[in-house]
Design a protein around this ligand. Structure first.
Ligand code: SF4
Ligand code: SF4
Length: 447
């Protein structure tokens, strides 16, 4: 498995909606097929949302293969647990997975969420006011957006790993076991974690399957009921990370004081908030909880339930936000192990430059500007490029043809027809009569 999305070319109608909607301009139509630049794709799933023909999917491993593998552990994003209606029996979904042969390790995962919240709170407390706000690294799509489009904000990222990764490390360290692990993911960004881990060299996840796939299978086999984990009564805090504001509330609970945080969900809001931070307008704010999906991970493109229904379910939970003495002591021990810390740096990801050579890049930049001034500037996307500027940039790099633009094509056709018309007017008539003389063998005969 490689990155987060795959295009089913047989279903694609080349409507260009995905290309125009991509926030990082990672998509093009090339030789009649939608192509995705893996280096630019952040896994937000916007292309999946806008495709009217359902031609784009989240990449995943085969659920049938995963469920037949008895030597495999399964773990899930919290949004997995609020996908179907409640039957009033805590643990039914976990029982279903256990019946399929999967061991329940959600106790380790929920402790990892507590640990992540504690570690984030401590980092906020340790920073000088001018170094705040810190930005959550929980949503891998936001993290990648910052790496791609806002590299100067990398210093604001909180240096705490995904609790899903921490949980597996914690389970391995405690049990000494080393089985492969599959993640049940709500989106392409989490699916990408397996091949593009954030803040670590290698992910703990060997396989990824999407929430919708697992839930549908369980429902079709009559195995899905109330999906709250058995440990819910003790550890419900971690489930709230699926909902906007849940992470902030959890951090504040471990800090024992209110946290000045801004919660932004949805691409547009996240982009606006990051721009405001760049402009230095978020003076007294301590933390930014950003999620690419509306309402948080509940709104991930690979979930099966309406985000509004999942929201209602989570809001109705009676969460115990207070850590008891025993939990706090265990967390402090775990905190001292540095299990939560990034083990690899988060680096800026290079945007595709015009050329590695500065002189060549300057020449191409001039060419790009020249081409751009000749384009209509309406960003219709018919050329297969996300905007007129992107088209000019690609052409300056030598990728594509100017006649991919329908307006330039029309101009070219008009020019050619004018030329043909003019040439027709100049067409001499003599050769026809000459050839007739040759065929008749009456060369030189005068009438
Ligand atoms: S949105 Fe993209 S993948 Fe879907 S049909 Fe249109 S061009 Fe094809
Ligand atoms: S908000 Fe959650 S579901 Fe959406 S892209 Fe981010 S991690 Fe994935």
């Amino acid at each position: 498995m490689s990155l987060g999305i795959a295009v089913r070319h047989s279903a694609c109608r080349r409507c260009t909606k995905c290309i125009r909607s991509c926030p990082t301009r990672a998509m093009r139509i090339f030789q009649g097929m939608v192509r995705v630049d893996d280096e630019l794709c952040m896994g937000c799933g916007e292309c999946i949302r806008v495709c009217p023909w359902k031609a784009i999917e989240v990449r995943q491993d085969s659920w049938d293969t995963i469920r037949k593998n008895q030597n495999l552990l399964l773990t899930a994003d919290p949004s997995f647990y609020v996908q179907t209606g409640s039957s009033g029996r805590t643990g039914a979904l976990q029982d279903s997975l256990t019946r399929l042969g999967f061991e329940d390790i959600s106790d380790y995962i929920s402790t990892a969420y507590d640990l992540a919240a504690l570690a984030i709170g401590r980092q906020i407390n340790e920073r000088k006011p001018e170094e705040l706000p810190l930005i959550s690294t929980y949503c891998p799509a936001v993290l990648r957006l910052i790496q791609l489009n806002h590299p100067e904000l990398i210093r604001h990222l909180v240096g705490v790993e995904s609790p899903l990764e921490i949980g597996i490390d914690y389970w391995r360290n405690t049990t000494g076991r080393g089985e492969s692990v599959a993640l049940i993911a709500p989106c392409p960004a989490m699916s990408q974690l397996q091949s593009l881990p954030a803040g670590r060299v290698k992910s703990n996840f060997d396989h990824v399957v999407i929430i919708r796939q697992v839930i549908r299978t369980l429902i079709s086999e009559g195995m899905a009921g109330n999906e709250l984990p058995r440990s819910f009564e003790r550890h419900g805090r971690w489930l709230m990370w699926a909902l906007h504001g849940g992470e902030t509330r959890h951090i504040a609970a471990t800090m024992g004081r209110p946290l000045t945080s801004i919660v932004a969900t949805g691409i547009r809001n996240v982009q606006d908030l990051l721009n405001e931070l760049e402009l230095g307008r978020l003076g007294c704010v301590e933390y930014l909880e950003c999620r690419m999906c509306d309402q948080g991970c509940l709104g991930g493109v690979a979930t099966s339930e309406s985000r509004f229904m999942s929201l209602v379910r989570l809001q109705n939970l009676n969460i115990n936000w207070t850590l008891n003495k025993e939990e706090r002591e265990r967390l402090l021990e775990l905190y001292a192990t540095d299990l939560w810390r990034f083990s690899a740096p988060i680096q800026a990801l290079e945007q595709k430059s015009l050329s590695g050579d500065i002189q060549e890049a300057m020449t191409r930049l001039r060419k790009m500007n020249e081409i751009y001034t000749t384009l209509p500037g309406i960003d219709c996307g018919s050329c297969g490029h996300p905007s007129c500027r992107a088209m000019a940039e690609d052409l300056a790099r030598g990728e594509g043809e100017i006649t991919n633009c329908i307006f330039k094509l029309k101009e070219r056709i008009t020019d050619l027809s004018t030329q043909i018309f003019e040439l027709c007017g100049k067409n001499p008539e003599t050769p026809t009569s000459l050839r007739e003389h040759e065929i008749d063998g009456r060369e030189g005969v005068q009438e």
